[in-house]
Design a protein around this ligand. Structure first.
Ligand code: URA
Length: 194
């Protein structure tokens, strides 16, 4: 076994004993795992992702389809993963579990694994969605509001392009044209061979 599958085997062995008695399955990345043009890194899986055991399905899958359409890419041409591989949850006012943003501990626990995952996949470029993966893969000081739509160096040793998380656009409609413009700029750069 080689490449990202080996990293995932080690990851599963590392995380299995960490939360005894709690149901925290890992949702791993998928797609073209041998040198894709692009690796997309989201925040963390949600409920549907955990049920299906796949990243970016359900509502987030629609966001991904929109991204792919705008960027002129196919899902099978890229690798798709998340900074944090478990679903972070909290209990809402009605007693129901709901998603929350990953906390610092979760992010620092998963970041070394994300770096190993990227090293195994060897994407030409990384695209982060929202602040969480941007924080994990840069110096931790940047926010997506400051640097969306631009290329920067990443801790993974590969060029990184920051995008707003498409889910955040649902709450901030003014970001929709900004997001679209950023994705089109990314697509143009990819066409030019970066
Ligand atoms: N689903 C994912 O897999 N990642 C996200 O960032 C959001 C939803």
């Amino acid at each position: 076994m080689a490449g990202v599958e080996k990293v995932y085997q080690e990851m599963l062995s590392f995380f299995r004993p960490l939360w005894p008695g709690e149901d925290k399955p890992l949702v791993l990345g998928e797609g073209k795992s041998d040198g894709p043009a692009l690796m997309l890194v989201g925040e963390a899986p949600g409920e549907t992702e955990v049920v299906k055991g796949r990243p970016f399905v359900g509502k987030a899958g629609k966001n991904l389809d929109e991204f792919l359409l705008l960027a002129g890419l196919k899902r099978e041409e890229i690798f798709v993963s998340n900074a944090v591989k478990i679903r972070p949850t909290e209990t809402g006012p009605t007693g129901r579990k709901r998603n929350r943003a990953p906390n610092k501990e979760e992010l620092s626990l998963f970041t070394p694994w994300l770096l190993r995952e990227i090293a195994a996949v060897r994407p030409r470029a990384i695209v982060t969605l929202g602040n969480v993966p941007l924080r994990a893969l840069t110096d931790g000081k940047r926010t997506v509001g400051d640097c969306h739509g631009t290329w920067m160096e990443s801790l993974a040793g590969r060029p990184l392009f920051a995008l707003y998380h498409p889910a955040s656009i649902i709450y901030r409609r003014a970001l929709a044209p900004v997001y679209e413009q950023d994705v089109k700029a990314l697509a143009a750069d990819l066409r030019r061979g970066l």
